[in-house]
Design a protein around this ligand. Structure first.
Ligand SMILES: Cc1cc2nc3c(=O)[nH]c(=O)nc-3n(C[C@H](O)[C@H](O)[C@H](O)COP(=O)(O)OP(=O)(O)OC[C@H]3O[C@@H](n4cnc5c(N)ncnc54)[C@H](O)[C@@H]3O)c2cc1C
Length: 520
C-alpha cells in the first residue's frame, strides 16, 4: 500500500508541468504562430515520460518538431500554415474512414457469399418414381404415400429413408415438444397437420386486441421439422386403419377438390388437440371462438367494426349500447384473459382515438356457469380475479347458463340465491364462446373404431406410457389435449388384493372384495 502510494506521488510529480518559482505554469508565449507549437510542447511534456533533468525545465529548449517525432515517429512537414495543417488532417481522416468502410464492405461481401446455398436449379434431382406415382391400395383403394418426394433430397434424408416410419398427427404443443426431443437418426419422421405453423396459444388473447402482432405468435412448422430432417404434409387426418397401419388423410388440391391418400406408419403419435365445446347451445354461429390465429383476426376486425359503427351519426343510442356490449361466455382462463384484454383495450387505447362517449357506453360481461370464475384454480387466484374485475366494472354473471345466442342478444338462465332460476336477456354486439374443450371428429371416429377399450367421451384414453388403449402395444400413442391417461385405481386395487389373497393361500377367483366409500 505504502509503495503504491509513493509511486503514485512520483508519477504525479513527473506528469505535472514544471513550476518555476514566481512564474505561472503556462507555456511561454512568443507570438501567435509559435504559441500553437508551445501549447503542443506543453501538452506533450505533460504526457511524455521524462527524466529528472527535463522535469526541471529543459523541455523549454525542445522544439515542437522533436516532440512530434517522439510521439509519432514520423517526420512532419516543417513549416505549415494552419490551413495546410487542417487539410493534412482532413485528408488523413478521410483516407482512414475510406479504409475502414472499405474493409467493412469487403467483409460483408465475404460473409454474404458464405450464406448462399448450393444452386440446385441446374442439377438433376433424384426423386423416386413411386413417390411421384404412388401405388393404390388399402381398404378404400387410395394412393399410399410409401415414399416421399423429398426422401432423396440430401444424404441425411437418404439415410433416414429406410428407418421405421414415425407419423405425427398435429403440429401443436404436444407434437412440437416431441419433435424437439426426438433423435433424428432413429426414425423417418412425417408430420401431418392442416396448419403449417405452430401457434403460441397463451398469447392469442393479446393478439385479438393488437397488443401483439399475429406474426410473433407463429413459427413455421417446416422449420421445426427440418431440425430432425423430417417431412411435412399439410393435410387433415381423417381416419386410421389400425390393421394395415395406414392413416387416411385429406386435402384440397389446386382446384379446390378434395383428395385423399394413405400414409403408412410403423409408429403413430396422435396430437390433434381439441375443439370448442358447444354444450348443445343454439346459435353458436353468432359467437366467436378463440383457438386459432384466424379466430383472433376475426375478433379484432369485429371489435374495430363495432367501434366504428358506434361513432356514426346515424347510430341510435340503444344500438350504440348494444354494439359496445361485449360478452364473454366462459369463466375459464381463456375467457378471463380475453375479458381483461378487451377491458384494457377499450379503456386505455380506445379512449385516445375514439370519441369519449364510447367509453361511457362500453360494457364487458362475463357469463360463468359456476359460482366463481377460474374455479379450477386456487381459491386465492379466483378471488383476486373477481375483485379486480369488480374494481374495473367488468360485469361477472355467475351461476348462469347460456341457452341461446342470437345475432343481437344472448339468452341465459341465472340461479338466484334462493335457488330459483330466472331467464335473462343481454343485448350484445360481440360474443366470445370459450366454455371448455371437446373431442375432435377425428378422435371421435378413432374412439368409435376402438370400441369398448375407449370409454371416455372427452378424450382418447391411454395407459401411463401414453399408448392408445385398444391398439397393438407400442404402435400408437396419443398426447396433449386429445388424450387422457386412464388411471383406473379400482382395477389396480383388485389386482393387488388378488395377489395378496393368492399369497395368503386363498383362491383369488372365489375371494370376495368389497369397497366402502367414505363421505368426505
Ligand atoms: C387462447 C388460449 C390460451 C391458452 N393459454 C394457455 C396457457 O397459458 N397455458 C397452458 O398451459 N395452456 C394454455 N392453453 C391450452 C394449450 O394451448 C393447449 O393445452 C395445447 O395447445 C394443447 O396442445 P396439443 O398439441 O394437444 O394441441 P394443439 O396445440 O391444439 O395442436 C393441435 C394440432 O393438431 C392439428 N390438427 C387438428 N386436427 C387435425 C387432424 N385431423 N389431423 C392432423 N392435424 C390436426 C391442429 O392444426 C394443430 O396443429 C391455451 C389455449 C388457448 C386456446
Amino acid at each position: 500500500m505504502l509503495r503504491l502510494a509513493t509511486s503514485g506521488r512520483i508519477a504525479r510529480a513527473r506528469l505535472s508541468p514544471p513550476i518555476i518559482a514566481g512564474t505561472k505554469p503556462t507555456p511561454p508565449c512568443l507570438n501567435a504562430k509559435q504559441s500553437v507549437f508551445n501549447a503542443r510542447t506543453y501538452r506533450s511534456n505533460c504526457w511524455r515520460p521524462q527524466n529528472g533533468l527535463s522535469a526541471r525545465g529543459t523541455q523549454h529548449k525542445t522544439t515542437s518538431h522533436q516532440i512530434i517525432r517522439y510521439v509519432s515517429g514520423k517526420p512532419l512537414p516543417q513549416s505549415r500554415s494552419w490551413l495546410l495543417n487542417l487539410l493534412y488532417r482532413t485528408a488523413a481522416l478521410f483516407g482512414g474512414s475510406i479504409l475502414v468502410i472499405g474493409v467493412g464492405v469487403v467483409g460483408f461481401f465475404i460473409y454474404d457469399s458464405t450464406t448462399y446455398r448450393e444452386d440446385l436449379s441446374h442439377q438433376d434431382i433424384q426423386v423416386s418414381e413411386i413417390a411421384l406415382c404412388p401405388r393404390k391400395g388399402g381398404p378404400k383403394n387410395l394412393p399410399i404415400a410409401e415414399v416421399q418426394i423429398d426422401d432423396d433430397d440430401c444424404s441425411e434424408m437418404q439415410r433416414q429413408k429406410n428407418k421405421p416410419k414415425l407419423v405425427i398427427l398435429g403440429g401443436g404443443w404436444g407434437s412440437v415438444a416431441l419433435l424437439k426431443t426426438l433423435n433424428p437418426d432413429q426414425f423417418h419422421i412425417t408430420v401431418v397437420s392442416p396448419t403449417n405453423y405452430f401457434l403460441f396459444t397463451p398469447m392469442l388473447p393479446s393478439a385479438t386486441v393488437g397488443t401483439l402482432e399475429f406474426r410473433s405468435l407463429v413459427e413455421p412448422i417446416r422449420r421445426i421439422v427440418t431440425r430432425v430432417k423430417g417431412h411435412f404434409m399439410r393435410a387433415t387426418a381423417e381416419n386410421i386403419e389400425f390393421s394395415e397401419k395406414l392413416v387416411e388423410c385429406s386435402q384440397k388440391d389446386a382446384n379446390g377438390n378434395e383428395v385423399r391418400f394413405y400414409l403408412p406408419y410403423d409408429k403413430l403419435v396422435i396430437g390433434v388437440g381439441s375443439t370448442t365445446n358447444p354444450h348443445g347451445v343454439k346459435g353458436l354461429e353468432n359467437c366467436h371462438f378463440l383457438k386459432d390465429i384466424d379466430d383472433a383476426q376475426n375478433i379484432r376486425n369485429h371489435i374495430m367494426t363495432n367501434l366504428e359503427y358506434a361513432c356514426l351519426p346515424t347510430t341510435s343510442d340503444e344500438e350504440r349500447k348494444r354494439l359496445l356490449s361485449f360478452v364473454v361466455s366462459g369463466g375459464g382462463p381463456t375467457g378471463v384473459e380475453f375479458a381483461a384484454e378487451i377491458f384494457d383495450l377499450l379503456n386505455e387505447d380506445i379512449t385516445a382515438h375514439f370519441p369519449k362517449l364510447l367509453r361511457n357506453e362500453i360494457s364487458v360481461h362475463l357469463i360463468q356457469s359456476r359460482g366463481h370464475i377460474l374455479n379450477t384454480y386456487d381459491e386465492a387466484v379466483s378471488k383476486y380475479a373477481e375483485e379486480r374485475f369488480a374494481h374495473d366494472q367488468v360485469d361477472i354473471l355467475t351461476n348462469s347458463r347460456v341457452k341461446e345466442v342470437t345475432p343481437d342478444k344472448i339468452i341465459f338462465t341465472q340461479k338466484g340465491e334462493n335457488g330459483e332460476t330466472v331467464t335473462k336477456e343481454l343485448p350484445m354486439g360481440f360474443c366470445l364462446w370459450s366454455t371448455g374443450v371437446a373431442q375432435t371428429d377425428f378422435c371421435k371416429r378413432i374412439s368409435a373404431a376402438l370400441g369398448t377399450s375407449q370409454r371416455n367421451t372427452h378424450a382418447l384414453e391411454t395407459d401411463t406410457h401414453l399408448r392408445l388403449n385398444g391398439t397393438p402395444l407400442g404402435d400408437v400413442y396419443a398426447i396433449g389435449d386429445c388424450a387422457t391417461v386412464q388411471n383406473n385405481v379400482a382395477d389396480h386395487l383388485v389386482t393387488f388384493l388378488r395377489t395378496l389373497a393368492w399369497e395368503k393361500g386363498k383362491d383369488p377367483e372365489t375371494s370376495e372384495y368389497i369397497f366402502y366409500t367414505c363421505p368426505l
